[in-house]
Design a protein around this ligand. Structure first.
Ligand code: MN
Ligand code: MN
Length: 305
């Protein structure tokens, strides 16, 4: 039976391109594999796939009975339905180790770097497999996206080295221009529903026994979001009412390097406890905060304890 390689819920560019890349690498190692995704590509990912001639993976929401490789997560909460009836054979990731377990040995590549794409570059090198040009371009964009063009505190030297090597393979001469082009696509809000925008990059967490949702929108200029801010607030209020203690939405300005966080919570004081700044009304400006994973989730985890 062929292997299925699948990224996390509400898939981002890293989740989708990494699934394509790992399926290619496994197939070339003699293990037939197909990429899959838990949803359609975002406009950013569509731009990347089109630019580098890659096809969107099939959308799968039930993996019962399948043999799996997970990319860009190892948390059960981020997995598709049927995981308990599936067999996990490998994980490639760059987040904290999650809570999946397996009855059998498996191949795990999880490194503290800025993007799964950087780990995958090292995997191709390790196995001596030549990377196709399109996949190199896709992984390059995944790294630029996850590291916010190297500005995120999650970015490491290894990510920068991977970008240099991938740019050569993909034939990209101006990496930063490509990054800006991609982030301009990501910034566009026209035509998207409030629900689409809130869930574009959204994760639920268990924090001290409470269900907490954290979404993030990254734009090249926060003023782009002025016309939709009220709608976004109404939408996260609705999401919170569906059984959550809190929902936070980070509106990240990648040029100013900080985030405005919209807050809906049973206990708004948790924000001051987590970040040491008092919220004014429904939001707070968090200077220098760009990474949910490194700067937001750990602070909230402490504050919710
Ligand atoms: Mn991701
Ligand atoms: Mn990632």
């Amino acid at each position: 039976m062929s292997l299925t390689v699948i990224g996390h819920m509400n898939p981002d560019t890293d989740s989708i391109v990494s699934a394509i890349a790992v399926a290619d690498l496994l197939s070339k190692r003699g293990m037939a594999a197909q990429p899959a995704a838990q949803g359609k590509p975002t406009p950013e990912t569509e731009f990347v796939l089109k630019k580098f001639g890659l096809s969107a993976p099939a959308v799968t929401d039930d993996v019962a009975g399948k043999k799996l490789w997970l990319v860009d997560y190892s948390d059960i909460a981020q997995a598709p339905k049927g995981l308990a009836e599936a067999e996990i054979l490998g994980i490639v990731d760059h987040h904290k180790l999650g809570d999946v377990t397996t009855p059998n040995p498996l191949e795990v590549w999880t490194w503290p770097v800025g993007c799964t794409g950087s780990v995958i570059k090292a995997m191709y090198d390790f196995y001596g497999v030549e990377m196709p040009k399109g996949i190199a371009g896709g992984l390059l964009c995944a790294i630029l996206s996850d590291t916010v063009m190297f500005k995120s505190p999650t970015c490491t030297d290894l990510d920068k080295k991977a970008v240099d090597a991938l740019a050569k393979i993909a034939g990209v001469s101006d990496v930063m221009a490509l990054g800006m082009e991609m982030f301009k696509v990501k910034s566009a809000v026209e035509g998207a529903s409030m629900k689409d925008l809130v869930f574009r990059d959204y994760k639920d967490f268990d924090m001290g026994g409470k269900k907490v949702g954290i979404g993030q929108l990254e734009v090249v200029d926060l003023s782009i979001l002025n016309p939709v801010k009220d709608g976004l607030y109404a939408e996260i209020t609705k999401v919170k009412s569906e059984g959550r203690h809190s929902v936070f939405l980070l509106l990240t300005d990648i040029m100013k390097e900080g985030s405005e966080m919209l807050i809906v919570s049973d206990d708004p004081a948790v924000v001051e406890k987590a970040f040491g700044v008092k919220a004014e009304g429904r939001s707070v400006w968090l200077d220098g905060v760009m990474s949910r994973k490194k700067q937001v989730v750990p602070n909230f985890e402490k504050a919710f304890k």
